[in-house]
Design a protein around this ligand. Structure first.
Ligand code: ASP
Length: 582
């Protein structure tokens, strides 16, 4: 038996017991006649004491030789601690050691394995197994486990069944590139790793499984952003005989359950917002509604004077920054610099101070008088003491820019409180999205999403205006889930694929299996998928998903610990019939 108790378990009620513990040496203090060791495992830290009067010299000497992260086993008596530590649950006791076995030695770790560490991101990723010994990382993984357990519990109780779908498949278009795997047995042929189990979960509905879920890895070869991982986990779900309303209610239930069980927060019915309204009021399809600062569209109140910048713009739009009149000239200049950075791309920013007495002072006083500015305040909802920030330009661009500014200001003003949860359904997404570069439309959600009833006819004339039965669940300005009611008949699916630029042959080659299945009594169905990594991070009140993934990849998509990706050797390439032209 390696241990009788864990290192987080012993209390004052255990005093006088003889116990055996095993764990890692977090640190030791050597006072000559006495040695203390903090022994750590996943459950906590227990203080060990070795003292000349009560411990044999041989053991004391051994204790003095212990280095950080040595793995040891000790047996001893639980005694009351002289100076108690009320910061840890085991702080009332210590273990007076009578037997000590070194199970394994350790090299000096490259960074300190404590809550606060001196190790930078890179070194911690290279030695991730050491990083995992630290509470912040360990606790995040335990937290993730709790969330997934609650998901499984809730969905199972609602008759959902977890079913695994294959990883070696054919392309499932979710808007990214596929990771591919060469097939040795089928020369020149490749599997694609699933961007999501989309087609398989639909086939499970055709198969009559009725309610499916899966906590599943998905793979997308995209340009990486700070909070993206090439492989990530979804809570993937699908239901039969449902309308959008049923899906929203079911998964609002799941989210409410998680907020209650994990965060102890009760949330009212989730508000719903049309996609068009989200874009108009927040410039964004995933608005953070924990704070106001809604957009005020200003074309009517700003385009009647000689100010050409506004007159030439497709959209003039502003926000009121609460208390923003307190900003100094320098602070405002910095905001202007901020929106002009290439990442944001605004050409400039007009502003208007709203003084405490209700008068206005704008950066365009030459063009706009107090009456004009009063209207600006009405449109943006600005009150005395606020600052109105106004951007102008092409509608889509200027909305994105102002949305970025809104989030930046909210962050600065401390309006994005991590312990406040504001879920929101965004509904009625467009079916198609114009790719600015190619000029082609592609599916905004995915090609299996059904258009709203009666809208199919618009596909030819006004493709950009067709609305889909598609919805996103947004939490605190993050998209945590998205889904749709699906097409379930061959004809509509064919029309859809045609509009997305697939020839009949291509459609058949890539999705023939799905359309064939639709000919054998496919029931109406729909579903949703949650991004688990991000959901867990948000529930924990944090922004970076990497902390909640045991072995994440870095910003270049590399696993620096195992050093992947890596070249293959000649032999393996030959077996796979891959010739590298390098
Ligand atoms: N497969 C979709 C996605 O990964 C989710 C869904 O439509 O259920 O975003």
């Amino acid at each position: 038996m390696y241990r009788s108790h864990s290192c987080g378990e012993l209390r004052e009620s255990d005093i006088n017991k003889t116990v055996t513990l095993a764990g890692w040496v977090q640190k030791s203090r050597d006072k000559g006649f006495m040695v203390w060791v903090d022994l750590r495992d996943r459950y906590g830290v227990t203080q060990l004491i070795f003292d000349e009067e009560r411990t044999s010299t041989e053991i004391i000497e051994k204790a003095k030789s212990l280095g950080r992260e040595f793995v040891i086993q000790v047996t001893g008596e639980v005694i009351e601690r002289v100076s108690k530590n009320d910061k840890i649950p085991t702080g009332g006791i210590e273990v007076l050691v009578s037997e000590l076995t070194i199970l394994n030695e350790s090299k000096l770790p490259p960074f300190t394995i404590e809550n606060d560490t001196d190790g930078g991101e890179d070194i911690r990723m290279k030695y991730r197994y050491l990083d995992i010994r630290r509470n912040p990382v360990k606790d995040s993984l335990v937290f993730r486990h709790k969330v997934t357990m609650e998901v499984r519990k809730y969905l199972s109780e609602k008759s959902f069944i977890e079913i695994e779908t294959p990883y070696l498949i054919k392309s499932t278009p979710e808007g990214a590139r596929d990771f591919v795997v060469p097939s040795r047995m089928n020369e020149g042929q490749f599997y694609a790793l699933p961007q999501s189990p989309q087609t398989f979960k639909q086939l499970l509905m055709v198969g009559g499984m009725d309610k499916y879920f899966q906590i599943v890895k998905c793979f997308r070869d995209e340009d990486l952003r700070a909070d993206r991982q090439p492989e990530f986990t979804q809570i993937d779900c699908e239901m039969t005989f449902v309308e959008q309303e049923d899906i929203l209610n079911t998964f609002e239930g799941l989210t409410r359950h998680l907020l209650k069980e994990i965060n102890g927060v009760e949330v009212d019915k989730f508000p719903r917002m049309l996609y068009d309204d989200a874009m108009r009021l927040y410039g964004n399809d995933k608005p953070d509604i924990r704070f106001g600062m809604q957009f005020g569209e200003m074309n009517e109140v700003a385009k009647h004077k000689d100010f050409n910048v506004f007159n030439q713009a497709e959209l003039v739009v502003g926000i009121a920054v609460p208390g923003g009149n307190a900003y100094t000239r320098k602070q405002i200049d910095n905001l202007i610099k901020w929106v002009k950075r290439p990442q944001i791309g605004a050409l400039g920013m007009v502003y208007c101070r709203v003084n405490e007495d209700g008068s206005f002072k704008s950066s365009v006083d030459k063009f706009y008088d107090q009456d004009d500015l009063t209207k600006w305040a009405e449109v943006t909802g600005a009150k005395p003491g606020d600052l109105i920030c106004v951007l102008s330009g092409e509608t889509n661009k200027v909305r994105a820019q102002l949305s970025a500014l809104r989030m930046h200001l909210a962050e600065e003003l401390g309006l994005r409180k991590p312990d406040e949860f504001a879920p929101l359904w965004v509904v009625d997404f467009p079916l198609l999205e114009l790719d600015e570069e190619t000029g082609h439309y592609h599916a905004m959600h995915h090609p299996f999403t059904s258009p709203k009833p009666g809208q199919l006819e618009l596909l030819d004339s006004k493709p950009g205006e067709v609305k889909a039965n598609a919805y996103d669940l947004v939490l605190n300005g993050n998209e945590i889930g998205g889904g749709s009611i699906r097409i379930h008949d061959k004809e509509t699916q064919q029309i859809m694929l045609k509009h997305l630029g697939f020839s009949d042959e291509e459609a058949k080659a890539q999705f023939g299996f799905l359309m064939d299945a639709f000919e054998y009594g496919a029931p109406p169905h729909g579903g949703i998928a949650f991004g688990l990594d991000r959901l867990v991070a948000i529930l924990a009140g944090q922004e970076t998903i990497r902390d909640f993934i045991a072995f994440p990849k870095n910003n270049s998509g590399r696993d620096v610990m195992i050093d992947a990706p890596a070249p293959l050797d000649e032999e393996q390439l030959k077996e796979l019939n891959i010739k590298l032209d390098m």
